[in-house]
Design a protein around this ligand. Structure first.
Ligand SMILES: Cc1ncc(COP(=O)(O)O)c(C=O)c1O
Length: 422
């Protein structure tokens, strides 16, 4: 952990000099408790080792990519076998066809696939395909929903222009009236409705999709001739072995995938229905590394595991055990803890904790007990976790709640909270 004089501290000092802000993006620990390590040296299964060698049971799973366990031997063997044969070549290998076949067989709405690297590549392509298909500009999306860090959807204003976001209309997730109003104000220019499979925004409770909202999004797209996009980059394969909105019986025209589809190897995908095939073929979109064969081999091995093992039922059962255990402990220790979202992607927020000081304090106490949790972002379970790991997390939570009770959380990250409020 980040003790003074630790390797972590030394790396942070060096990083300050050569990495803007010391670290960027979602893996910067700037908005986490001060004792959270910034740097790691190793991961195996459900565990991480930070740069100082401290072992942590990891409930962030690399912010999603770790689905089957870090360093999964079969998946990594498929990756390295292909690496030895060839990875980035002058053209793709046959694996791209195999992978497109595997993904379209798994995801009911999909008839074709395009592969890329990051989730943001896939969401940008979805936008371009929808615009090419409809020859219109406007996209409806939910306020606060994250679809990547490209200028059209970046959360912050820095480095973007008003024009980048000009053709967007925001609605409230799960609010049918606001969705209808947004679609109506697009007039005859609606290209797409972008939907997160659930509300999984940071800092607020998660919300599962209201089936009526999902169905209305489908109907509005059909009525307008627009495309419905489900952004499954984060939730994909942790809710269903299909598009996550299959759980509410709604099929999109396009879905975006990334993060865990190759268990941490770099690959993402845009999947689409026949309806959008011609538009997808017309858009020029590519990248030097989009055809890499080794991540495709890893994705094929991951999808085989998805099809042939009860990994999903396993993480659902563990997630329920964790949720019940935390609820019981919170009640025993007299804390109000809101647990929201699917059990496989839990988010914990304390009641009456507007500046998250209890959450920070509790997370910090969990870290001291060897468990890495997040005070304001949804977490993830992976299939390498066991019931014994959940017991370890519950034991740590018992201690963390006790510690929280015995201290007034003056460890409040006041500066961080000011940053958040700004
Ligand atoms: C729902 C969603 N869409 C898109 C993205 C962007 O993915 P990436 O960070 O791989 O570009 C993310 C990343 O967290 C995400 O959660």
């Amino acid at each position: 952990m980040a003790h003074p004089n630790s390797k972590d501290r030394a790396l942070r000092e060096r990083a300050e000099a050569v990495i803007p802000g010391g670290m960027y993006g979602h893996q910067s620990v700037r908005l986490l408790p001060d004792d959270y390590p910034q740097f790691f040296s190793r991961g195996k299964g459900a565990r991480l080792w930070d740069a100082d060698g401290d072992e942590l049971l990891d409930f962030m799973c690399a912010y999603g990519p770790n689905l089957m366990g870090y360093g999964d031997e079969l998946i990594d063997a498929a990756f390295t076998r292909q690496l030895a044969l060839g990875d980035t070549l002058t053209g793709p290998t046959g694996l791209i066809v195999e992978l497109a076949e595997a993904m379209t067989a798994m995801v009911a709405h999909a008839d074709w696939a395009i592969f890329c690297k990051n989730g943001a590549d896939a969401t940008l392509m979805a936008l371009m395909v929808a615009r090419a298909h409809t020859r219109r500009k406007t996209v409806v999306l939910a306020k606060g929903a994250y679809h990547g860090a490209a200028p059209w959807c970046a959360l912050g204003p820095a480095g973007t222009t008003p024009e980048d976001k000009a053709n967007r209309i925001l609605c409230d997730y799960n609010d049918v009236a606001s969705l209808e109003a947004a679609a109506a104000s697009a007039g005859d220019d609606l290209a797409a409705i972008f939907a997160a499979p659930l509300k999984h925004d940071a800092f607020v409770d998660q919300a599962l999709p209201d089936p009526a909202y999902a169905r209305r999004a489908r109907d509005l797209c059909d009525a307008a001739g627009a495309l419905l996009v489900v952004d499954d980059v984060r939730a994909g394969l942790r809710i269903a072995r299909d598009c996550s909105w299959s759980a509410v019986g709604v099929a999109p025209d396009l879905s975006t995938w990334g993060k865990c589809i190759a268990n941490g190897h770099p690959i993402s995908a845009l999947l689409g229905a026949d309806k959008a095939r011609r538009a997808a073929a017309s858009v020029f979109t590519t990248g030097s590394f989009w055809y890499q064969a080794a991540p495709m081999a890893a994705a094929l091995a991951t999808l085989e595991r998805v099809r042939e093992t009860p990994y999903l039922e396993h993480i659902q059962a563990l997630g329920e055990k964790l949720r019940e255990g935390f609820a019981g402990l919170a009640a025993t220790h007299g804390f109000g803890l809101r647990q929201t979202g699917p059990a496989t992607m839990p988010l914990f927020l304390f009641e009456d904790d507007p500046d998250l000081r209890q959450g920070f304090c509790w997370s910090s106490e969990m870290l001291k007990r060897g468990v890495y949790v997040h005070p304001w972002h949804n977490m993830f379970l992976c299939a390498a976790m066991t019931a014994a790991d959940i017991d370890q997390a519950l034991e740590a939570a018992d201690g963390a709640f006790k510690a929280l009770k015995s201290q007034s959380p003056t460890l409040a990250p006041v500066e961080k909270m000011r940053f958040l409020a700004a």
